[in-house]
Ligand binder design. Structure first.
Ligand code: ATP
Ligand code: MG
Length: 449
């Protein structure tokens, strides 16, 4: 953490650590940096007689001097009451019902304070369900703001800010942990991981994002419980994977996931190649480079596709599989079979939408077309809609030490000498592709916590 920030937070927390309510001149959050949408939603809820706070990552990141990417609101109004109050709002989620309130171009997530789900009354039993392993299948028991605080994951994610009187409410010692750069799970870590194993992935993600240490008792159960990740739905794991690798700090997250023994529960085949193959250093270098490129693109505000990261993550097991199958069949058949084997193996862990697995295949296929540089073939390859991604992928392989006979440089020169085809030509090519590979329509999944 930056030195100045540490000092500032030391001054703040040393004197006030026992206090639960921190007044406006004792913290650094300025309303200026809170989105208008979130402020408007809080104002309206409060004017209607409800409690409402800014909560979660927004408060945490503002206090750390960063610019939050979204703002969540917590309130004692029930989802239906919120829905009635805001035109065009939608109640979403089953496992965890929340309201999406549209404010101009922003969507503000409004959650109702959750209560403790282990109270033994009938209503709670109906509204909250747990599996045999202790996993929370539903969490719709409502409660007070204090109860809401202790069911959140990490103390630093459980700070509540009231823009009206500009106070921060801290019920779990989150401000102290923020100052100490510590990620601490609220409550008994083992129970909390059993309730929701995704919290282990979140620990890795926040440790990487905030560059915080994971507090010892929060970290200790992760490795022994890591296999609980396997019981999380593969659709939810896809959403989590995007947050892990496409939030701008993917490289650090990758190191944390591997250190904590979590990575193999997301990419088992890759983990195997990274630990058992003779080429493991080369493979690791390639994945790290892919994540670095992605982090850099996000920092520059450029777009990123999950297909590129997935193509890089699965390249090591693909190479291993091709090698194995190569003894038994023709290279082209070995490649086709290896692709299928690796992709379907991966789908057993994370459900990757078809439109992305198609792109992964295209990026890989092009790796085998890029060496064909005679006659008209480069022209056709360069006109492929995934050419640019495939070229970047080739450079990635080279940066990681693979000898391609300077193919990257050849294609760099080719593009300099042959500017890209006109947009009309490219569109025509895209249309043809779309006909062949039109992805099946998927129902949009709702965001869940
Ligand atoms: P960021 O948006 O920067 O990734 P965040 O802390 O806002 O981080 P979200 O996933 O947006 O994370 O969740 C918002 C808040 O909801 C969290 O800060 C936390 O308080 C709570 N939360 C989210 N997921 C869980 C979970 N699995 N268990 C308990 N609380 C959670
Ligand atoms: Mg958030």
């Amino acid at each position: 953490m930056k030195q100045w920030l540490k000092k500032k937070l030391t001054a703040l927390t040393n004197t006030k650590s026992k206090k639960q309510i921190i007044s406006r001149d004792e913290h650094d959050i300025s309303r200026r940096f809170i989105s208008r949408g979130a402020q408007a939603v809080i104002k309206k809820l409060q004017a209607s007689g409800y409690q409402a706070y800014l909560v979660g990552g927004g408060v945490r990141d503002l206090q750390l001097g960063g610019r939050p990417k979204d703002f969540d609101v917590a309130t004692d109004a029930k989802p239906e009451q919120v829905h009635v109050l805001f035109k065009g709002s939608r109640i979403v989620g089953r496992r965890f019902r929340i309201v999406h309130v549209r404010q101009g171009r922003e969507i503000i997530e409004v959650t109702t304070f959750r209560g403790s789900h282990d109270q033994d009354d009938n209503l709670n039993k109906q509204q909250s369900r747990q599996s045999e392993s202790g996993m929370l299948l539903r969490d719709n028991v409502f409660g007070t703001v204090e109860e809401d605080a202790i069911r959140r994951d990490f103390t630093v994610n459980a700070l509540y800010y009231n823009p009206e009187d500009r106070t921060i409410h801290d019920y779990t010692g989150g401000l102290d942990d923020l100052h100490n750069g510590l990620l601490r799970l609220i409550g008994d870590p083992e129970t909390r991981y059993r309730e929701d194993p995704v919290r282990m992935l979140r620990a890795a993600r926040f440790a990487a994002k905030l560059e915080f240490d994971i507090e010892a008792s929060t970290e200790a159960p992760i490795e022994p419980l890591a296999n609980l990740i396997d019981s999380v739905s593969s659709a939810r794991l896809f959403d989590e994977m995007l947050k892990l690798f496409q939030s701008g700090y993917g490289e650090r997250t990758f190191y944390q996931l591997r250190r904590l023994g979590l990575y193999k529960h997301l990419f088992a085949q890759t983990e195997w190649a990274l630990t058992h193959s003779q080429k493991n250093e080369h493979y690791q270098a390639m994945i790290v480079q892919a994540l670095r490129n992605t982090d850099a693109r996000i920092a520059d505000g450029k777009s990123v596709t999950p297909a590129f990261i997935i193509a890089a993550m699965l390249w090591p097991p693909l190479q291993e599989a091709i090698e194995k199958l190569g003894n038994k069949m023709k290279p082209q058949d070995a490649y086709q079979q290896a692709c299928q084997q690796v992709i379907s193996g991966q789908l057993g862990q994370i459900s990757i939408p078809k439109r992305f697995t198609i792109t992964v295949r295209e990026i890989w296929d092009l790796q085998y077309r890029l060496p064909a540089i005679q006659g008209k073939r480069p022209e056709r390859t360069a006109a492929h809609p995934r050419f640019r991604a495939a070229y970047d992928f080739l450079l990635l392989r080279e940066t990681a030490g693979e000898n391609t006979g300077d193919l990257g440089a050849w294609w760099t020169d080719y593009q300099r000498d042959n500017p890209l085809p006109s947009p009309a030509q490219r569109m025509q090519h895209d249309d043809q592709k779309d006909e062949r590979h039109r992805p099946t329509r998927r129902r949009r999944r709702r965001t869940q916590h």
